[in-house]
Design a protein around this ligand. Structure first.
Ligand SMILES: *Cc1c(COP(=O)(O)O)cnc(C)c1O
Length: 402
């Protein structure tokens, strides 16, 4: 996508607005599948929570992607998009058995990460195949900063509880068809990830009926030209080789599953806003845009640093700006960011706005959630309308207060 395409989208549909480049999503998908081309049965399951627009799901599904889901509602969105139930895995954490039962009814693969739930589920549904999510507790070099699946995480079944887990499986005669891990940390040191993988392989040996091993996600994407990222090619070469060897040992060709969210959609997303005012205080130059953490909360919630570009003056002199929103609370998108000179009315583009951006938007300050546009075959397609005032109040009930 070119700057002119983004500008014309903001002119046609207004701002704030989210824009997604379909070609970039496709090329990321290809990059990942190419890196693992040595694995015969690679299954990529897009993590819907990153960006759940049905059109995005359809594009990925047409490339062969299944879905990773964390709620009943994400499963329903996937089915609405035409994804088959057997292409979907459901990895909840802390949900009720009742919700798990509803998802089982839909024919979706269940992934359980809690011994208590496993026992209850196994007792009632011994015939339904279940995947188990383990926590490998890997600590590289004793440094907790690069640990995966730290010891007090609420996610996964600790590998130290494997004997207990095996007892439950034996007693209930349930069928474990997959072993899973998702550590949530960025994979930057590939050897650390491979160590965690060894623990998954080790655990897998305790189950004789497996169909797949699921390595979750954790692919780091760059947030700018000089930022680091997971070396997918190296990971693909090393893990594919090790996986194929494991399958020989195990005596069966298993599926290798990944569940990327960020990797597939982060860089494909742009968030466009308009500058309402440029405000010089004694120490700072603020650029105030027509949005806030109601639409784009990652910088405030996670401290993530999204590159901001002035599309209206791309070759202007660079100056330092603190970019803020219109929410009546501190909502700083970037402090002292170098951006080409900003004037009122300019369009600012936030990069890496595909993953966990629109999906975390809210109606705080009674603002409307913005529209979404898909850039597909050189045309801009509206894939979600901006909300209206009616949407904002539609569920409120005027009670009789007399
Ligand atoms: C969130 C999540 C993912 C996706 O993580 P990314 O960092 O976006 O790739 C994958 N699997 C599970 C179980 C998740 O909860």
């Amino acid at each position: 996508m070119k700057i002119d395409d983004l500008i014309s989208i903001s002119q046609k549909f207004g701002s704030p607005i989210y824009v997604y480049d379909a070609a970039l999503i496709k090329s990321q998908y290809k990059k990942l599948s190419d890196a693992f081309s040595a694995v015969e049965n690679l299954h990529i399951k897009y993590a819907v929570k990153a960006l759940s627009n049905i059109n995005i799901i359809k594009i990925l599904n047409s490339l062969g992607s299944g879905l990773d889901t964390v709620s009943l509602q994400e499963v329903l969105i996937g089915l609405e998009a035409g994804v088959k139930p057997n292409e979907i895995i459901y990895t909840p954490n802390g949900v009720s058995l009742d919700e798990i039962e509803q998802v089982v009814e839909l024919g979706v693969q269940i992934n359980i990460d809690n011994l208590d739930v496993l026992e209850q589920f196994g007792a009632q549904y011994p015939k339904v195949p279940v995947c188990i999510r383990i926590n490998p507790h890997i600590m590289a070099g004793g440094n907790s900063k690069i640990s995966v699946g730290h010891i007090d995480s609420k996610f996964g079944i600790s590998i130290h509880q494997l004997p207990h887990l095996l007892r439950i499986v034996k007693n209930t005669k349930m069928n474990i068809n997959g072993v899973h891990m998702h550590t949530g940390s960025d994979i930057l040191d590939i050897d650390v990830f491979l160590q965690a993988a060894e623990i998954l392989f080790d655990t897998a040996k305790s189950f004789s009926n497996l169909e797949f091993l699921d390595f979750g996600s954790g692919f780091k994407v760059p947030y700018g030209p000089n930022d680091n990222e997971t070396n997918i090619k190296e990971l693909g070469e090393k893990l594919s080789k090790r996986f194929n060897n494991f399958c020989l040992e195990y005596g069966k060709k298993l599926n290798l599953t990944f569940e990327p969210g960020k990797f597939l959609v982060s860089q494909a997303g742009y968030f466009l806003t308009t500058v309402n005012s440029v405000k010089q205080t004694t120490s700072t130059v603020f650029a105030q845009v027509n949005s806030g953490f109601n639409h784009f909360i990652r910088p405030m919630l996670y401290g993530s640093k999204h590159r901001i570009e002035n599309l209206s003056n791309p070759s202007g002199r660079e100056r330092f700006y603190t970019v803020v929103g219109y929410i009546c609370e501190t909502d700083t998108f970037a402090s002292n960011a170098k951006i080409s000179e900003i004037s009122e009315g300019d369009i600012l583009c936030f990069h890496n706005a595909g993953a966990y951006c629109f999906n975390m938007a809210s109606n705080y300050n009674s603002r409307l959630r913005p529209a979404e546009v898909l850039w597909h075959n050189n045309t801009a397609k509206l894939i979600r309308k901006e909300e209206t005032f009616k949407d904002l109040i539609k569920n409120q009930i005027i009670a009789d207060l007399d």
